[in-house]
Design a protein around this ligand. Structure first.
Ligand SMILES: [Fe+2]
Length: 222
């Protein structure tokens, strides 16, 4: 099955200073009303959403504030689909509108057709780790080499729309600083019952295997 991995650039939001960004409050899939109290960047983002989204009671705000140093990742750097494998009640893909404030770390998106060989290729929920997750690495490398796929990096203050068929991954920060990535999600209905493990986990990760220690080495104090 061929899926089209794409993003739509909606515009550029007004920038916020680092002093403002660092006071924003991360939202773990809260309602629009609750997230209006999360800070000026959240408020501006919510007010910019389409009317259809602002009046949809199932739209959730999911955001994360981080301080990153050069080389630090905001999360595991694997290609994935947000809410892959889940559909809205009408069967359409789960949609995300997202804005990045702060310069540290720009999410990498892969644009173009992807061959999805089996249903399990899409993670059932969010960012959960699944065997074979790194299968996308070789397909992306081949697509970039042949020109069938392109990379696109989210710039600070850019606001985009994408859905659960859009392949992307976190990239290491190039500069030190605060960044808040704010998302509105439309199409999920399990907000209260099960927000998802990824949504609520923040810190406390202990790398155990050699591969994990290597991946998380940049986080270790020396
Ligand atoms: Fe993601």
């Amino acid at each position: 099955m061929i899926i089209e991995s794409n993003i739509e650039l909606l515009g550029t939001a007004a920038p916020f200073s680092q002093q403002i960004v660092r006071q924003e409050l991360s939202q773990a899939r809260t309602s629009i009303d609750e997230a209006m109290a999360a800070g000026p960047a959240h408020r501006a983002f919510i007010e910019s959403l389409p009317d259809l989204w602002r009046t949809d009671p199932d739209v959730q705000i999911f955001s994360r504030l981080l301080y990153l140093k050069p080389g630090w990742y905001p999360l595991g750097p694997h290609y994935h689909f947000d809410w892959g494998g889940q559909n809205a009640s009408d069967g359409s893909p789960v949609e995300t509108i997202m804005v990045l404030h702060g310069e540290a770390s720009q999410t990498e998106f892969i644009l173009g057709p992807l061959e999805q060989s089996e249903p399990s290729a899409v993670e059932p929920r969010g960012h959960r780790r699944r065997p074979g997750r790194d299968q996308w690495d070789s397909q992306v490398a081949a697509g970039l080499a042949s020109g069938s796929l392109k990379q696109w990096f989210l710039e600070p203050n850019q606001q985009i729309r994408f859905d659960s068929r859009t392949l992307h991954r976190a990239r290491p920060a190039k500069t030190a600083g605060w960044r808040v990535l704010i998302r509105a999600i439309r199409g999920l209905t399990n907000q209260v019952a099960d927000p998802g493990r990824f949504t609520t986990c923040r810190n406390g990760y202990i790398p155990i295997t050699d591969e994990q220690r290597t991946r998380y080495a940049p986080y270790q104090d020396r």
